[in-house]
Design a protein around this ligand. Structure first.
Ligand code: SF4
Length: 414
């Protein structure tokens, strides 16, 4: 049976491939430690589902009834087992905050006529790439039909951040990724879903954000999703799931078996750390010292190199002799493609041109190694149409290489 992917599965791989492996491939059994925020998020989804299920039967719950549903959930919730991160807020503060957020929701949306709700917690299965047979699955929180026949796909979020305006401008499909996928799913599954608006309701902040994704944005989103699935498939084929340390590690269920974090846990308490763990700590300290010295030396070396280059140009020589050896100085201009730091727009245009002309070639130069690409260009190994497109981006860059030669004992006597 073909693998089925979901937004959370793709997202987990993106955030940490190793965590994905532990979870979905090795299926490592772990004690399920749920954070209070995650718990409240799903609890709110359940309460809202009940509110709109009643609304679909023309019953409007009173605010007391609605908040009563929330309170009733807490009567049986395993509150003492929920993980609370940080030491400022306690579990009760979170519970109160969730109740206030739902109260604000009720006041904002009652009598809940922002479209006629036609489905809640609707599961959707859809094909993201017909040719490759890639399937996706997901759950849409709510679907509503407006009077003009258009459809709203509504996604509730209970998270700390909301999309930043800059992110939305720069990369709207990323900010709308999950809900956009649901738009694709809905359009593929149901008749009459041509005119769709996606709405994301941020319960924690009491904010709503909506958008209509045009076909070209949806195509791009589809392509990004296919690329993410291909990345996972490559990782499985090569058994290559690197660790990606970030602030999500503090909530990771696999931290105790993670190779990137295990040693840190071993030396957290020096009294219980074993000999080898302490030795690894000592080696790390020594290496860090040397690396710091190396960094300082590198800066000093670069500045010396500039001085040497300038003087060599002035004296019109390509070698200097010292008492302990000599330096040969290669100082020349050569054509190349610019690096990202030299010209970001040009590197993006080069990537797009390669991808558009020949996808295999793009994969071959994945993470586009521009030096190798330039060598292929120079040796006329690229298609002519691509060479024509790339020619405009070639720049001439001066590079200086210093080679050292130390005298051997006895050299002076020869
Ligand atoms: S602890 Fe961090 S690096 Fe390790 S698997 Fe979890 S998220 Fe990834």
């Amino acid at each position: 049976m073909a693998d089925r992917y979901s937004y959370s599965k793709l997202n987990q791989f993106e955030r940490c491939p190793r965590q994905y492996k532990f979870n979905y491939i090795d299926k490592v059994p772990v004690e399920k430690e749920v954070t209070i925020e995650l718990f409240i998020g799903s609890l709110m989804h359940r309460v809202l589902e009940k509110l709109y299920s009643a609304r679909m039967l023309d019953k409007v719950l009173t605010k007391d009834e609605f908040l009563g549903l929330y309170d009733a959930e807490w009567d049986t919730a395993p509150i003492e087992q929920l993980k609370v991160t940080g030491d400022i807020m306690h579990a009760d503060d979170f519970v109160k905050h969730g109740r206030t957020a739902l109260g604000v929701y009720y006041d904002t949306y009652q009598p809940f006529e922002d479209g006629k709700t036609i489905a809640v917690e609707q599961r959707v299965d859809f094909t993201i790439d017909e040719g490759r047979g890639f399937k996706m699955t997901g759950i849409i929180d709510r679907i509503a039909r407006q009077k003009d026949g258009s459809i709203d796909i509504i996604d509730y979020k209970y998270q700390r951040g909301i999309p930043r305006k800059d992110d939305l401008k720069r990369n709207p499909q990323m900010a709308l990724y999950q809900t956009g996928l649901y738009q694709l799913a809905a359009q593929q599954n149901w008749l009459g879903f041509e005119n769709v608006q996606i709405r994301m309701i941020y319960l924690r902040q009491g904010e709503e954000f909506s958008a209509r994704l045009e076909p070209d944005v949806l195509d791009e989103l589809r392509e990004q999703t296919v690329q993410r699935i291909l990345e996972i498939k490559r990782a499985v084929r090569d058994n290559d799931f690197p660790t990606k340390v970030s602030n999500i590690c503090q909530w990771c269920k696999f931290v105790e078996i993670c190779p990137a974090k295990r040693h840190e846990l071993m030396v957290q308490d020096e009294l219980t750390a074993d000999e080898e763990a302490l030795r690894a700590q000592d080696l790390t300290e020594r290496y860090l010292d040397l690396a710091a010295q190396e960094k300082t030396a590198k800066v000093a070396k670069e500045s010396l190199k500039d001085e040497i280059t300038e003087l060599a140009r002035k004296l019109e020589v390509n070698a200097f002799t010292g008492k302990r050896g000599s330096l040969s100085i290669t100082d020349k201009e050569a054509p190349k493609f610019p690096t990202k730091t030299e010209d970001l727009d040009a590197t993006l245009a080069i990537t797009a041109a390669v991808k558009e002309t020949d996808f295999d070639l793009f994969e071959m130069y994945a993470n586009l190694n521009l030096n190798d690409l330039y060598k292929a260009y120079n040796k006329e190994q690229l298609p002519e149409s691509l060479r024509e497109k790339l020619a405009q981006y070639i720049i001439s860059k001066r590079s200086v290489i210093l080679r050292t030669k130390y005298k051997k004992p006895g050299d002076d006597e020869k």
